[in-house]
Design a protein around this ligand. Structure first.
Ligand code: ATP
Ligand code: MG
Length: 232
């Protein structure tokens, strides 16, 4: 079997809470295979976003160890982590994090500026990804002129355009109607199946969860991999 893209051991993560600490993640064992569409499911507060932040090298490894693609994340410098986030990871955040001053086109193009692409290739990638999410008419609009669902789709286009090894998406269909949500999940599934991209998303949406090839269930911060057909 291929080496998993993420391997976690004895992972714990705490948030400061006054003078105490709140344990948000307590995960003895975690393996995430490469090239699959993987859902993080679990009740509100179970640690989905926290785990995505660890997988995205956004929060530090406080306790335990996690390997990503051969790197021991806890041992990397901030500079090395920034490089991995920039080159290998694409993010779709819950609150989109678009630049208000930039158009949809520029928001997507901005994240390609560090890649060695010709301007024609860059233009092609930006257009293709905005078209894939159905925003070809909105390329010149700024976030304030876009609906919530359209902003979410710009955020998705931005992650796709980068063609990263891993896409990390927090509630990617939350602002979308079912039909648009389905189209987005279709894109994610085909990125996994055709390009070998690992797509990890957190969701409460049964439609989105049904697309996943694997599910990781979080209960009180503990993540368990559930293979299809094993769900209860
Ligand atoms: N920045 C923070 N500071 C303090 N506590 C936090 C912070 N972020 C999350 N928590 C707490 O950590 C736990 C896990 O939160 P997390 O956001 O990971 O849950 P979630 O599964 O993503 O929930 P939801 O489905 O509502 O998005 C919760 O108890 C939450 O209150
Ligand atoms: Mg969350």
């Amino acid at each position: 079997m291929e080496t998993p893209i993420y391997q976690g051991r004895s992972l714990k993560f705490f948030y400061p809470m006054g003078s105490k600490k709140l344990k948000a993640l307590d995960c003895p064992y975690l393996e995430i295979p490469k090239g699959k569409l993987i859902a993080l499911a679990g009740p509100s507060g179970s640690g989905k976003s926290t785990l995505l932040n660890l997988l995205g090298l956004i929060e530090p490894i406080q306790e335990g160890a996690m390997h990503f693609d051969g790197y021991n994340i806890g041992k990397l410098s901030e500079k090395e982590k920034t490089q991995i986030r920039r080159d290998d990871l694409g993010f779709v955040f819950q609150d989109f994090l678009l630049f208000d001053a930039l158009t949809a086109y520029e928001n997507v193009a901005y994240f390609l500026k560090n890649l060695t692409l010709s301007s024609a290739e860059r233009h092609q990638r930006v257009c293709a990804s905005l078209e894939a999410v159905g925003l070809e008419e909105q390329v010149q609009k700024r976030p304030l002129e876009l609906s919530g669902g359209q902003k979410q789709r710009v955020a998705i286009a931005r992650a796709i355009a980068k063609q990263p090894k891993v896409i990390i998406a927090d509630e990617p269909t939350a602002s979308l109607d079912q039909e648009t949500g389905r189209k987005i999940m279709d894109i994610f599934l085909s990125l996994a199946q055709k390009n070998g991209t690992t797509v990890i998303f957190a969701s409460h949406d049964p439609m989105a969860l049904a697309f996943a090839q694997l599910q990781i269930k979080l209960i009180d911060g503990n993540a368990q991999l559930v293979h299809r057909g094993e769900e209860h």
